[in-house]
Design a protein around this ligand. Sequence first.
Ligand SMILES: Nc1ncnc2c1ncn2[C@@H]1O[C@H](COP(=O)(O)OP(=O)(O)OP(=O)(O)O)[C@@H](O)[C@H]1O
Length: 347
Amino acid sequence: MSAYAVPSAIKSPLWPSSGFRTSSRVFVRPYRKRLHSSVKGREIICACSAPSRNRGDGFPAFIHDESSVHENVRMGKEMEFQSDVLIECRNVHKSFGEKQILRGVSFKIRHGEAVGIVGPSGTGKSTVLKIIAGLLAPDKGEVLIRGRRRQGLVSDEDISGLRIGLVFQSAALFDSLTVRENVGFLLYEHSRMPEDQIAKLVTDTLAAVGLKGVEDRLPSELSGGMKKRVALARSIIYDDTNNCVEPEVLLYDEPTAGLDPIASTVVEDLIRSVHVKGRDALGAPGKIASYVVVTHQHSTIRRAVDRLLFLHEGKIVWEGGTDEFTTSTNPIVSQFASGSLDGPIQY
Ligand SMILES: Nc1ncnc2c1ncn2[C@@H]1O[C@H](COP(=O)(O)OP(=O)(O)OP(=O)(O)O)[C@@H](O)[C@H]1O
């Protein structure tokens, strides 16, 4: 993932090198209390939240039938799909300087979906995640969260009803904090939960991602795969004393980059397990309503994702099931899937 500028409104001395939790609100206020009472700065919970088939408009490619019966069925299905939409990008454009990266990206993420974004390096996949998360603003187009347009960046006091978490490529743990403090960070900072209750929730959440007895370790005492699991625990922990539990979407930026094949499988299965359609390490149903994974890894595409969006030259040029990825006759997709040097993608 390329480096990017953290918007000044959300810079903090404690801003992790990557990886943090977003929710539907942003708070920028003097940093205070439990973990770093001496640290002055600002703390953030930032805002944030698409799918189809080769149309880029978020709907599967329905076979058009002139008859009104079929039309009604189609409309009914679209309405049904529409009501499940948690996040939508509509005609999103983004440039950095003279460089036009996104040139009209449109897609939807529905409740219960496991979506992958693939495409050549530098094509803007991470940029899409940051725009969904509210860390970057589109130059043109809009992001809708549960049908409501987000205004500006993360400071969307108006948007509620969906929590969005972004898990960056590197685990992005705070080096000087223990695993417990890292995982419970936002609860220590923002919730009214007593510390012993947070500690218990941290232990339960770590157990859900298959980690036990590591609460007092520092990140430097963990393997790369363990760090990714800790980051995952940090992204899924939430204040369960809060009556209003909102659905949550997790955005993973290359979660298996740099991991060996077996460690990758562990992380891929974890991603599945915390999804509503999965079961965590304790056998409980996962809580994540939907997730989006940016990845280059075939194993991650196969194991962790059901539907793929292919981003190329600033647009979604193909959408389909993961099973269609390797058999697609689309020249861009087949070149990418096979890793061939011959084809429309030029390096
Ligand atoms: N804040 C920024 N300022 C300037 N250029 C940027 C910024 N963020 C991203 N870019 C550029 O935008 C392009 C897309 O970057 P992005 O990280 O989104 O691509 P990607 O598809 O995720 O790449 P990769 O697969 O290599 O991680 C790159 O050329 C990158 O250098």
